[in-house]
Design a binder for this molecule. Structure first.
Ligand SMILES: Cc1cc2nc3c(=O)[nH]c(=O)nc-3n(C[C@H](O)[C@H](O)[C@H](O)COP(=O)(O)O)c2cc1C
Length: 176
């Protein structure tokens, strides 16, 4: 891996234009494994990762994502699926409605940062029709797709400055 975690955090940005070149399988496995290393409430790991490479399924996912066509142009789309019932079994409705989604968010960010470290671009895609994505993948009842992560080598330089972010002075409240 070419970067430390701080560099990856500072340099990550959403990428929506991909080369068709495939991502080496070893990189995909490492990205998935780093996702699975994320913290989760009670270490319940209430998630599934669907790795989609079939063109017709990627096209269907792009369609379900309000027609965001760049999704299907990525050589790989990882669909992050939450398992609310796994969290509910221990934590009830707080598990199903909050922990489960926080857990998957941590997993997603781990994967985005790992991809960045490999020079692979991605974008967290949350705008999609859940039911349609569930049908495309054939998900069982109760499972919730929470993000599509198209991944591929960027057509542009990956490491230009991140989008402008709200400053510390506006977002950090220190009580001392
Ligand atoms: C929960 C969530 C949902 C998002 N959904 C979409 C989306 O559907 N399509 C898209 O192009 N970007 C989506 N994004 C990416 C944001 O637009 C992007 O992170 C933001 O503009 C900041 O840019 P940066 O990632 O380069 O820092 C989403 C990000 C998050 C965290």
């Amino acid at each position: 891996m070419s970067q430390n975690v701080i560099e990856a955090i500072e340099q990550r940005r959403s990428v929506r234009k991909f080369k068709p070149d495939p991502i080496p399988e070893s990189f995909i496995q490492r990205i998935l494994n780093c996702g699975l290393s994320a913290p989760s409430a009670g270490n319940l790991q209430p998630w599934q990762l669907w790795v989609v490479k079939l063109p017709h399924l990627k096209a269907a996912l792009a369609e379900a994502a309000c027609g965001q066509r760049y999704v299907e142009k990525a050589p790989v789309v990882i669909v992050v699926v939450a398992e609310p019932e796994r969290s509910a079994a221990k934590y009830g409705s707080r598990g199903a409605n909050i922990y489960c989604l926080q857990d998957t968010a941590a997993l997603i960010q781990n994967m985005l940062l790992t991809a960045t470290a490999f020079g692979i671009g991605s974008c967290w895609v949350g705008a999609f029709d859940e039911k349609t994505v569930g049908k495309v993948l054939g998900l069982s009842e109760g499972l919730r797709p929470v993000a599509l992560l198209p991944m591929g080598y960027p057509t542009e330089v990956l490491y230009h400055p991140p989008r402008s972010k709200r400053p510390l002075t506006e977002t950090v409240i220190t009580l001392e």
